[in-house]
Design a protein around this ligand. Structure first.
Ligand code: XMP
Length: 518
């Protein structure tokens, strides 16, 4: 068809209507075949007829094939989000933390040990004394370790008494031997014993410590204080001995094998091979090696954003998959590299493969409100990973910053210059850059550095997130996270609806604990 020309020879008329003729049919087909990917703000969940009360739902979920969580929240492996304090707070509230890896392998393993020591029902290697040590020596041991009672064991490891501060007060002679003053009539229990039974024995006998024995040898110690501590955190994710669960990130660089070994020796529960592009041969080779060296270890690999990547990771036997290319708050991958996948569609595409395999999805990045978490879970995720939502918490390692009378905490992408200089270069496959004085000019960042408002306790933030999740589950009539996948009915929304979603036509005078407006 001829285009009508004006005097100057320029094309006029309805360009829109004639558009298919401007370029070839092949081009038109190519453009028409480009799919639209959606993210959280593009959709809402329709309310459904429901007999589900928010207070009655179960938020239990799988973090990996073998490890379940009581709430579906995971703290990001970022150097301004997760070290041991955050991991402890997350696990106590029913989630889990992934320790970042911008530190030496030994230091990261020590962070795991700090989490493991933070809570335990059974002390496995209690501090002890020998019967022929002096009262002075025993007192020094007690003071150095801040304990008030010591089991006394003989040269065979058999329990023969217990020495308390009260026993020691029975003599003024500091050179007196422990065996002269110790209590020999010791109440013990066979190892293992449930916390409930141990508590009953201690309360009945008015004692604070209960030595556990196996074939007359001391094999552990339980205290009333530790048992009461665990009562305070009913949601805590713990193993049989009361240790909190913790995950740790590793990369693909030269130190990875040593790092994994150190972490396993420290009893880490889960290893996360955490990279910017999980569907790459270097990551798959590393995953295969870890799987071969530690066949029973729970292994997560990420990040990916496509069904094909999910297939390839499932084929190598991963225990969970982390999804998210570019949705993160501090992330510039999409603008620097032009690559990414809007997060809601990415989760749905990966779920199309994982749903029949039992491999859980971690939706990583882009969660700004509890409603986004509800959408990510409804799309097929089993857990959501949080960076910006937790970076402002008291337990994050970011430094505190005071500006204009308000408190903030520093927060940066692991692909920012600062974080890559410290050690996260291999996440972005830039670890071949030497750490010399020119390092900064050689790096190509994929993240920014900034700060977020201070938020207080992680526990309160998770409480609000879980509350939002429960409410969402009630609206869509899903009493479990697995039921969200079938109950959820998404609708697309317009920019006008997005404006309507947020508070409008009002000046907010009182801050809500779960809404920041940004
Ligand atoms: P949110 O939105 O929760 O996202 O703060 C946290 C997730 O973002 C990823 N991450 C990055 N992605 N450049 C990126 O492209 C970065 O510098 C960067 N740092 C973190 C990571 O997956 C994290 O869990």
């Amino acid at each position: 068809m001829e285009q009508p020309n004006d005097k100057n020879g320029e094309v006029t008329g309805n360009i829109q209507a004639d558009a298919p003729n401007v370029y070839s049919q092949a081009t038109a087909d190519r453009i028409a075949s480009i799919p639209t990917y959606l993210t959280f703000d593009d959709v809402l969940l329709l309310p459904q007829s429901s007999d589900v009360l928010p207070s009655a739902v179960s938020t239990k979920t799988q973090f990996t094939r073998n490890l379940s969580l009581k709430v579906p929240f995971v703290s990001a492996a970022m150097d301004t989000v997760t070290e041991s304090s955050m991991a402890i707070a997350m696990a106590k509230s029913g989630g889990i933390g992934v320790l970042h890896r911008s530190m030496e392998p030994i230091a990261q393993a020590d962070e795991v040990r700090k989490v493991k020591r933070a809570s335990s029902l059974v002390i496995r290697q209690p501090i002890t004394v020998n019967p022929d040590q002096s009262i002075l020596e025993a007192r020094t041991i007690m003071r150095a370790n801040n304990v008030h009672g010591l089991p006394v064991i003989d040269e065979h490891g058999s329990l023969i008494g217990i020495l308390t501060t009260r026993d020691m007060r029975s003599t003024n002679d500091l050179d007196e031997k422990v065996e002269k003053v110790m209590t020999t009539n010791v109440i013990t229990a066979n190892d293992p014993i449930s916390p409930e039974d141990a508590r009953e024995i201690m309360v009945k006998n008015k004692i604070e410590k209960l030595p556990l024995v196996t074939n007359a040898r001391l094999s552990g110690l339980m205290t009333l204080r530790d048992i009461s501590q665990t009562d305070k955190f009913p949601l805590a994710n713990t193993d049989d001995e009361g240790h909190l669960a913790v995950a740790a990130a590793v990369g693909t660089d030269a130190s990875t094998d040593e790092r994994v070994e150190e972490l396993v020796n420290a009893n880490v529960d889960v290893i996360v091979i955490d990279t910017a592009h999980g569907h790459s041969s270097r990551v798959i080779e590393t995953a295969l090696r870890v799987r071969k060296n530690f066949p029973d270890l729970q292994l997560i690999v990420g990040n990916i954003a496509t069904a094909q990547a999910a297939k390839d990771l499932i084929d190598i036997g991963v225990d969970a998959i982390k999804v998210g290319i570019g949705p993160g708050s501090i992330c510039t991958t999409r603008v620097v590299a032009g690559v990414g996948a809007p997060q809601l569609s990415a989760v749905m595409d990966v779920f199309s493969i994982t749903k029949s395999s039992g491999v859980p999805i971690i939706a990583d990045g882009g969660i700004r409100h509890s409603g986004d978490a509800v959408k990510a879970l409804s799309a097929g995720a089993s857990t959501v990973m949080l960076g910006t939502m937790l970076a402002g918490c008291k337990e994050s390692p970011g430094e505190q910053i005071m500006r204009d009378g308000h408190l903030y905490k520093s927060f940066r992408g692991m692909g920012s210059l600062g974080a890559m200089k410290r050690g996260s270069r291999d996440r972005y496959f830039q670890d071949h850059m030497e750490a010399d004085e020119d390092l900064e000019s050689k790096l190509v960042p994929e993240g920014v550095e900034g700060m977020v408002p201070y938020k207080g306790d992680t526990r309160s933030v998770l409480y609000q997130l879980a509350g939002g999740l429960r409410s969402g589950m009630g609206y869509i009539g899903a009493d479990t996270i697995a039921n969200m996948y079938t109950q959820a009915q998404f609708v697309r929304v317009t920019p006008a609806a997005l404006r309507e979603n947020h508070p409008h036509d009002v000046i907010i005078t009182h801050e809500a604990p779960n809404y920041s407006g940004s």
